[in-house]
Design a protein around this ligand. Sequence first.
Ligand code: V55
Ligand code: FE
Length: 494
Amino acid sequence: MGFPQTIHFIGTNTPRRQEYTLEGLEVEGEIPEAIDGTFFRAVPDNAHEPMFEDDIALNHDGMISAFAIRDGKVDFAIKYVETERYLAEKEAGRALFGRYRNPFTDDPLAKDKDRTVANTTPVWHAGRLFMTKEDGRGYEVNPHTLATEGKWDYEGKLRSETFTAHPRIDPETGEMFFFGYEAGGLCTLDVAYCIADKDGKLVREQWFDQPYCSTIHDFVITEKYAIFPIFPTLADMDRIKEGGAHWAHRQDLPSYVGIMPRYGDVSEMVWIEGPKGVSCFHEVNAFDDGDKVHIDLCLTETNAFSFMREAGGIDIPQQEIKGALTRWTIDMSADEPAIASREIGPTGDLCRVEDAVQGRPYQRAWYLSMNPQAKGPPMLGGPVGANFNCMLRIEPEAGRIAMMEVPPGAAISEPAHVVSPEDGHGGWLLCMIDIPNGPPGAGDPSDYSSELWVVEADAIEKGPVAKVKTGKALRSQVHGTWVSRRKLDASVRK
Ligand code: V55
Ligand code: FE
């Protein structure tokens, strides 16, 4: 059948399916010496033609990619995560796993095998690197060789069958707070809330029920609380058994915020009702302010993934979806805590704060958006099928916004933040830019050049200080993670 010609397989989602390394990439400009470490990226890229024509990018095999940077020089590598699924399909020489998160559509040879593709976020904690996806447990990967070490279950201690792609690490305690939903199996309400200590030991795992079986993609912590914002994109066992979509969005149902003391008992969870029909995949950050809690979210009026809207019978074209960077404030001292909502920035997603302000008051954040001045259509591809074309830097307290544009028709991926050792310097951002080789919006959408841009974090409007040319058209990442030399040197795997 070949690869389908849909948004999930064209533009920056064009199948590349190549493992390779490149040494000494061409650098235009100068990479600051302080940038010393590796930028890891999670890249979906299915090794085989899919079983179904309506296959989606979220269902594609995870690759781990690395830009290793030292002394202004850059090496590149990309390799498949050797999940149970990848290895089974490699042996069969074809796809065995069917639709996204639907085991009832699999080939009999896939029976009882782990379905996760580990394609969403590289996570670094306690000297180990994991490739994660929310429908399964993480896979440990060797940060130096990118070889897959195996599935990660905390020495057999973890009960949850799933592990989020968005854990939160406290910058002072070094603890990793995380969760898994559908923790007890397909379509269960079970959510596991867990803490791993700074040495990577699982010290707490508690289960609770969410109000409905929703896709909990991200969560947030503050110094006091663990916070689970949930949105009405729901799984349904009957639909899944019929071979249908795992997720369907519901405009008619409320969102909720589940909030509990972060070291507390799940029986202390309070559920607060939020607006109906809204959706969010990523929270920017959250922090305490006396008895109040502020939660900053990339909020949209409906689900940003077309296939999750379509399954729910919602007919809103991608470019017409409205949203805003939104601050939800909850006064926990109130008799009945409620959500007060206000807009703090333009719509967008794939947000980043520096690690040191996780769960704390923060001055600035970066995220991706659509430049209203950009001419022509966005580059096709990426997880939702249309790429962002600018980066914003927002200061919610000061009310200031700056923008970095990209070349006409180009795409930008989520930035990673690199801390500078110099006092008073805000560090750098690393982000992938895919630039069309032909006329923007007109030529072959799979023909583009991928560059890694190095940008001053507090002067993004000036554009990059250096561009690293890969000489390749790389497939879109989902999320990326910067790991400093200090952390790499202390890694468990050598
Ligand atoms: C997202 C990404 C996923 C997924 C579910 O960005 C949600 C949101 C790359 O995989 O499976
Ligand atoms: Fe995500």
